[in-house]
Design a protein around this ligand. Structure first.
Ligand code: AMP
Length: 426
């Protein structure tokens, strides 16, 4: 059998289809988004969790064999130890696996950030390796916790500057009321079978709820007249949903009741929600979503534990910020750039000393000309150039030139440089 080793000799090496590089010039926005998320959720008692990028395939198969994510889109393979593993297509299953394995005391609240992998058809805003941030909260069935997680995502988006978005909310009922609703829905869909899209016409029984979410015109018009789960909730689910709606109103979070919202993963119960970016095209307007999954921990072999969480797409967040023309602060700027055309010894020693003192400092290498070094200093965005020519080297001094303002270069003694930088940089 032919072994695939990548492009043959001479071919240009590129990242795989459906993936991308984030180069340092663009990564400042990513850092800002991640830092904002960490601030918002850790301020509400969520702790960072890191889980492996790959897991035993069973971890993901338990989240629902009928979902496209599991059926068609997983990157799974048998490793050199003959284990069938998969790159994570989403992270809730991994967090649930970790929860079951380590049994932390509940209530237990965790947040994550990382790559997810799905072998999807390539299209705008849809990648094969993409990034999500999310939270999961275990051990409480309180509807106020549903409101807490929805409010956290809302606050996070707002903190970034996203304003054009809709929070769509629905309840999917639970194991008591969903089966009866499902039967009602199947009956209705069978009566309208001829109008459904090609993919769903003969798959009604597989996953009738997913048909409500289908974007093709046939399914869409059938879905409009379909019975709604919110009208067939048991008393407990109706009370739960009532409290969620009341909580969102109390926190002044605008939302839209969307009875056809079902979400792509099978494990949701009761509350489900999605944030839609109203400034984005409909194919890529899902900013993030989540909901309750009270049955998943037990289904994966753990103790009966209610849980709720969400996952938000990083790429979509950046698209939404772009659409709203929000410019994010870039990465940390340099404080100073050492320009040494007296042999390089001062550049070596002073740069190291200033970094240890906590300043952000860079320098040139290879004994470049003063002109080339000043150009590099400008390009670096540094506030100050610290200039050492033969005269300064002989006198044990350093010239300080403000690169952001038109000011004369001043000279200070080598031993005054740290207090002088502290004074100038605040
Ligand atoms: P899900 O895990 O399917 O509930 O998706 C949660 C969020 O992740 C979505 O709302 C999107 O923002 C994002 N997302 C899901 N799949 C992709 C993908 N293939 N490429 C980029 N973002 C995605």
């Amino acid at each position: 059998m032919a072994r695939h080793t990548g492009p043959s000799n001479g071919a240009e090496l590129r990242h795989p289809p459906g993936t991308f590089d984030v180069m340092p010039a663009e990564s400042g926005a990513w850092q800002h988004v991640l830092a904002t998320f960490a601030r918002v959720v850790s301020g509400a008692g969520y702790g960072l969790i890191l889980t492996p990028t790959f897991e035993d395939i069973g971890v993901f198969q338990r989240i629902g064999a009928s979902t496209d994510v599991v059926r068609k889109e997983m990157y799974d393979f048998v490793d050199k130890g003959q284990r069938h593993v998969a790159l994570r297509p989403e992270q809730t299953a991994s967090v649930v696996r970790a929860f079951i394995q380590h049994r932390p005391t509940t209530p237990w609240k965790a947040w994550y950030a990382g790559s997810q992998f799905r072998f999807e058809r390539q299209q705008a805003g849809r990648y094969r390796e993409f990034h999500q941030v999310g939270v999961e909260a275990f051990g409480s069935a309180d509807p106020d916790l549903d409101v807490e997680v929805m409010a956290l995502a809302w606050e996070f988006y707002r903190a970034l500057g996203i304003t054009r978005m809709d929070l769509l909310v629905n309840s999917l009922g639970d194991s008591r009321c969903r089966p009866a609703y499902r039967r009602l829905l199947v009956e209705y869909l069978l009566a309208h079978q001829g109008d459904l899209c090609d993919e769903h016409r003969d798959r009604i029984e597989d996953n009738p709820l997913r048909i409500l979410d289908c974007k093709r015109p046939g399914c869409r018009s059938v879905a409009e007249g379909a019975p709604r789960q919110v009208d067939h909730l048991c008393d407990e689910c109706a009370a739960h949903f009532g409290r969620v709606v009341e909580g969102l109103a109390a926190l002044s979070i605008p939302f839209t009741l969307q009875p056809t919202l079902v979400r792509g993963l099978d494990y949701y119960t009761r509350t489900t929600f999605e944030y839609a970016g109203t400034g984005l095209e409909s194919a890529q307007n899902a900013l993030g979503g989540g909901g309750r999954y009270d049955g998943l921990v037990a289904a994966m072999g753990g103790p009966d534990t209610p849980a709720v969480g969400f996952a938000l797409g990083m790429e979509r967040i950046l698209l939404a910020l772009d659409a709203e023309q929000v410019a994010l602060a870039g990465g940390a700027r340099l404080d100073a750039f050492v320009v040494d055309f007296a042999g390089g010894t001062v550049a070596r020693d002073l740069t190291a000393r200033l970094r240890v003192a906590g300043f952000r400092v860079d320098r040139s290498f290879d004994g470049r000309s003063p002109k080339a070094q000043f150009k590099a200093a400008d390009r670096s965005g540094a506030r100050l150039a610290l200039v050492v020519g033969p005269d300064e080297a002989a006198a044990g001094t350093v010239g300080i030139k403000d690169l952001q303002a038109a000011a004369e270069q001043v000279t200070v003694g080598m031993e005054e440089i740290v207090p002088e930088l502290s004074r100038r940089l605040g």
